[in-house]
Design a protein around this ligand. Structure first.
Ligand SMILES: Nc1ncnc2c1ncn2[C@@H]1O[C@H](COP(=O)(O)OP(=O)(O)O)[C@@H](O)[C@H]1O
Ligand SMILES: [Mg+2]
Length: 276
């Protein structure tokens, strides 16, 4: 699989002197970035789960992916970020022309990609502030404490949780908000949000959706949002909605497609949800 030669060939980690970080936002120009996914196939365990996915998301755009349980949405998200255990078997993932397939997750992050996991993991012993300061070393680490407070306030995330090791002893909904706080501090070009609304009450969904929508204009964040629920899309304006079934995008449309799916489910696509 092709990898870019722009990167240092040693895997020396985020402090690699040959990989200068891009300046911290808001230096990006809205609409100038492009995430391109072409012919992506990926397997988890021994099975091929993602079976030929194409996506094109510009800076400032929101692309929603919906689909029944088990259709491969999370595996697609993991393949994009390079989560260990998920293997891309063919296809391409590019941000502004930089090929991400074959790169470790931290390099994809440096290229501008962010993933909010469906089930964020606990990282005992690592404070969120320390993790973000490390990620932003040489590019605004001194700003991290203030930004953390601002981002937490924006979505009603209790500041106390910022002093805990990452996600340790947080509820499912608190972890989701913690992901959004980190997104706001890191200001990536593109965010893949895997069911960011699950486990959140109505008010929290609204706050999170508003924060992400603001980010699309504030620094031109492009979003790939996996969700089951149209309620996220009341505040987060979808530019495009795609239906993923058995690892393939079988339909795409505008925001009206999300409303239709919420009403009718996936029966029109041959899915027997009673059996799922
Ligand atoms: N590590 C794995 N090993 C084997 N099968 C997996 C693994 N991860 C996911 N799967 C399977 O892949 C399919 C898609 O899972 P997933 O991507 O989590 O779907 P979704 O997020 O759409 O609910 C499911 O059948 C799931 O059991
Ligand atoms: Mg999932």
């Amino acid at each position: 699989m092709a990898t870019t030669s722009r990167w240092c060939s040693r895997d020396c980690g985020p402090r690699c002197p040959l990989d200068p970080l891009p300046p911290l936002g808001p230096g990006l120009v809205v609409g100038m970035s492009l995430l391109e996914v072409e012919g992506l196939h990926a397997s988890a365990g021994t099975r091929e789960i993602v079976r030929g996915v194409d996506l094109r998301v510009g800076g400032g755009e929101v692309h929603v992916v919906m689909g029944p349980n088990g259709s491969g949405k999370s595996t697609l998200a993991h393949a994009l970020m390079g989560r260990p255990g998920t293997t891309v078997t063919s296809g391409s993932i590019r941000i502004d022309g930089t090929e991400l397939v074959g790169l470790p997750a931290w390099r994809r992050a440096r290229a501008g990609l962010f993933l909010a996991l469906q089930q964020p993991i606990e990282v005992p012993g690592v404070l969120v502030e320390a993790a973000l300061a490390e990620a932003l070393a040489d590019a605004g680490a001194a700003e991290v404490p203030r930004r953390l407070r601002d981002e937490a306030a924006a979505i009603g995330f209790d500041e106390r949780f910022l002093r805990r090791p990452l996600n340790v002893d947080l509820s499912g909904g608190e972890r989701k908000r913690n992901e959004v706080v980190q997104l706001g501090v890191l200001r990536p070009k593109f965010a893949v949000l895997d069911e960011i609304d699950s486990g959140l009450d109505v008010d929290a969904v609204r706050a999170v959706a508003q924060r992400i929508e603001l980010a699309t204009s504030e620094w031109g964040l492009g979003v790939v949002a996996v969700t089951h629920f149209h309620r996220l899309l009341r505040e987060l304006r979808a530019d495009r909605v795609s239906v993923l079934i058995e690892g393939r995008i079988v339909a795409s449309g505008g925001p009206e497609l999300a409303e239709e799916l919420e009403r009718t489910g996936y029966r029109a696509y041959g899915v027997d949800e009673g059996a799922a």
